[in-house]
Ligand binder design. Structure first.
Ligand code: ATP
Length: 727
């Protein structure tokens, strides 16, 4: 009955109510069903079950979009340069973003759009050379204390390429929605989300990548927005959502954002130079040039503002293009630059003067206003956040299971990569098989045999390393984003990844070894053949672990591809074939012990040579037994279990290093420090303030509201996506 009533309401409701309501219905239906069952079993239900249901109800309440007003006043962002000087990137920028409105952040290239968006989203890295001052308030409270939920849709769309749209959203929902929500409710939630994003036709299409065709650019962008929406954010930041898209796709993406704004979200999107139909979607506009504000207010009043300053937009001209031209510097010639700079200075001064007048007016209006409204809003935000914070999300075991399924799908469905790996191992095996075909037992064949074992261990290690370096840095970025949303722990991720990838990863060295061993005529013994395959497989895992460690520290795939082989070269040099471990200087004695190539090569030699007889040379001398060869290599005291144990220790070390690096590299963001507001500019009568009919609350208000909040509740935990570490 409840579901029917809400369903009817959602269909009849206007879109700004229908969307959040629709997203809530599936869950409410599930609750209603649970309630019926609970009523029937009332006599038998325990206290804990009732508590669970009460908690579940609270989650659903948090699905309704909580109105969030973001205001920023006098934001200054300064970068410390290497020579000790500073570069001011944002210069006293003020503005306000209100619930139910789409705010466009526009300006020429390098004007500071991304910097402002990053600052507003609280994503300026802590400990960087960037410093951020001013005031950033959410519903009148300092942003990092407000406990609101927000999403940051980054410019680059990154996904697990082999998962479909539905699987990607379902994974986000399974990891981030409360555990108590039933599987049906979560699935219904995802289906609703697919509808909101307009992705119904592509629901089963895999995301795709360079090797496999998949979603279009616009669909990927909408999927990125969808993944961020799973946490029910009130505030959505979107960095250049239309970059790289054709005009049709760009319009669809912007329509999605407009729809979200219409359903009560506060949406801020940076955009370079939109077409007029997209410009018309903006409710508010923030114009920046050279890090300075040129306009901030309703989008439909922007042209009137500039007209009053003597700059009239020609008829039938795209207003976005007109504004971009107006506030850009022209570097065509020194005269053109001076002219455009003078024009820009006047526009900035005019805007600062307007801001100052608005600030004075707002201060007068504030005295008359009651603070009750603010207190009510704060209490309401606290309530919702308390509800959300109380509900546990997926626990470690559930995380492990979900991530295992995802990694497994990614590995087994990536046919292009798997076929390439198989072909590469196959061709290496054929080449080595041809070169070392059926080796005989002459003295010169001792060297051939050692050479084959060395190249087999190098080939296995390199194949595994290169594959990992190619994939992992990109995957690490996805993981960092998901971890910033608090989706899972590094331990769950790494365990699931290894459990899914190792069985598939083992197939390739096995394929290589299974061909090379018989074709090259290595020691004819089945147990030794099995040990040969085992040694190569373990080495391949160790090399993959090295790839993970390098990939987790390298800033990009290109950097990883440069560092990884360089490290491997050291391990090859100390791999036991080129340098005898007994001759290594004391300072470098540890290097052969740490070389994964040496461990594999030594184990392969110990597996191969004992029991072999070699023909004498022309003088009747030479090494006649395999044992003599091992002595010559200084491997005579070695055993396969000892080498396998050493290899396992190296493997574990790389896993441990990867874990520590990933954990230590969790992003930390800085808060906005209170500071002086806009730099003094000619024509400005007072410090800049958010130009708004309802003025942005001051930092002092924020402090008062924070104090009130502290009195009301102490356990309102902000969602991980918005939690900023202090600088
Ligand atoms: N980490 C940084 N190091 C050096 N300069 C920086 C850094 N971040 C931003 N800047 C500089 O600050 C200015 C504003 O950069 P920002 O990326 O915010 O501009 P934008 O308007 O988003 O540009 P675009 O539209 O080209 O992306 C630029 O001059 C840029 O070079």
């Amino acid at each position: 009955m409840i579901g029917f009533l809400l369903g009817t309401a959602a269909i009849c409701a206007p879109p700004h109510i229908g969307v959040p309501l629709g997203l809530t219905i599936a869950g409410v239906k599930a609750i209603a069903g649970r309630r019926r069952n609970a009523r029937q079993a009332k006599l038998h239900s325990s206290d804990s079950e009732q508590k669970l249901e009460a908690k579940f109800e609270k989650v659903l309440a948090s699905e309704v979009v909580e109105p969030v007003e973001l205001s920023w006043t006098g934001l200054n962002q300064t970068l410390k340069l290497k020579d000790g000087s500073t570069k001011q990137i944002l210069k006293g920028v003020s503005g306000v973003a209100r619930p139910g409105r789409l705010v466009g952040l526009m300006g020429p290239s390098g004007s500071g759009k991304t910097s402002l968006l990053t600052a507003l989203a609280g994503r300026v890295p802590a400990g960087s050379k960037m410093s951020l001052t001013g005031s950033l308030l959410v519903n009148g409270m300092p942003a990092d204390e407000a406990g609101h939920r927000q999403a940051f849709v980054q410019q680059e769309d990154l996904f697990y390429s082999m998962l479909s749209v539905k699987e990607t959203l379902q994974m986000a929902a399974d990891l981030r929605l409360p555990q108590q929500m039933s599987a049906e409710a979560r699935e219904a939630y995802v289906n609703q989300l697919v509808g909101v994003l307009g992705l119904a036709k592509a629901i089963d299409t895999c995301v795709g990548d360079e090797k496999t065709r998949g979603l279009s650019g616009g669909e990927k962008k909408r999927l990125s927005i969808g993944c961020e929406l799973v946490g029910s954010p009130s505030l959505i930041f979107c960095d250049e959502p239309t970059t790289g898209l054709d005009s049709f796709q760009a319009e669809k993406v912007m329509s999605t954002l407009k729809g979200l704004a219409a359903s009560g979200h506060t949406v801020v999107a940076s955009i370079h130079q939109p077409r007029s139909s997209i410009f018309a979607m903006f409710d508010d506009l923030v114009l920046l040039s050279e890090g300075q504000p040129v306009y901030s207010g309703p989008a439909d009043q922007a042209l009137a503002h500039f007209e009053a300053l003597g700059h009239v937009c020609p008829e039938h001209f795209n207003p976005a293009e007109f504004l971009a031209d107006l506030i850009s510097l022209d570097f065509a010639s020194p005269e053109a630059e001076a002219d455009s700079r003078a024009r820009l200075d006047k526009l900035v001064s005019a805007w600062r003067a307007k801001e100052a007048a608005a600030a004075a007016k707002a201060a007068a209006a504030k005295k008359a206003a009651s603070s009750k409204d603010m207190m009510r809003r704060t209490a309401s935000t606290d309530l919702v956040m308390r509800r959300a914070a109380e509900l546990p999300r997926a626990g470690p075991l559930r995380q492990l299971r979900l991530l295992l399924v995802r990694s497994w799908r990614q590995v087994v469905r990536d046919k292009a990569t798997n076929v390439a790996r198989a072909m590469s191992n196959l061709s290496s095996a054929v080449v080595f098989g041809a070169i070392f075909f059926r080796m005989r037992r002459g003295q010169s064949n001792i060297q051939d045999r050692m050479g084959l074992l060395q190249v087999a261990s190098i080939n296995t290690a390199m194949a595994s390393l290169v594959k990992t370096l190619n994939i992992f840095p990109r995957e690490r970025t996805i993981v960092a984003r998901e971890r910033a949303r608090g989706s899972y722990s590094i331990l769950s991720y790494l365990s699931a990844k290894l459990a899914a990838e190792l069985p598939v990863g083992a197939l390739f060295p096995l394929l290589f070894g299974a061909i090379v061993y018989p074709v090259c005529g290595l020691h004819p013994s089945l147990p030794r053949f099995a040990k040969f395959l085992g040694i190569l497989t373990l080495e391949s895992f160790t090399s993959q672990a090295l790839g993970l460690a390098v990939g987790s520290v390298a800033p990009s795939t290109e950097a990883a591809m440069a560092i990884g082989p360089a490290v491997m070269l050291v391990w090859i040099v100390f791999g036991g074939y080129y340098v005898n471990a007994d001759n290594v200087p004391a300072l470098f004695k540890w290097l052969p012990r740490a070389s994964l190539i040496k461990q594999a090569f030594e184990a392969l030699c110990v597996n191969e040579f004992p029991g072999l007889q070699f023909d004498a040379d022309a003088n009747g001398g030479g090494m006649r037994t395999g044992e003599q060869v091992l002595t010559w290599l200084s491997f005579d005291k070695s055993t396969i279990p000892a080498r396998a144990a050493s290899q396992a220790r190296i493997l574990l070390f790389y896993y441990w290093a990867t874990f520590c690096i990933l954990r230590a590299s969790s992003p930390r963001y800085q808060s906005v420090r209170p500071g002086t507001s806009a730099p003094a500019v000619e024509g400005a009568a007072a410090p800049a303030a958010a130009p708004s009919a309802a003025p942005a609350p001051s930092q002092a208000d924020g402090a008062a509201a924070a104090a009130a909040k502290a009195n009301q509740t102490k356990d309102a935990t902000p969602a991980p996506a918005v939690k900023s570490a202090a600088a």
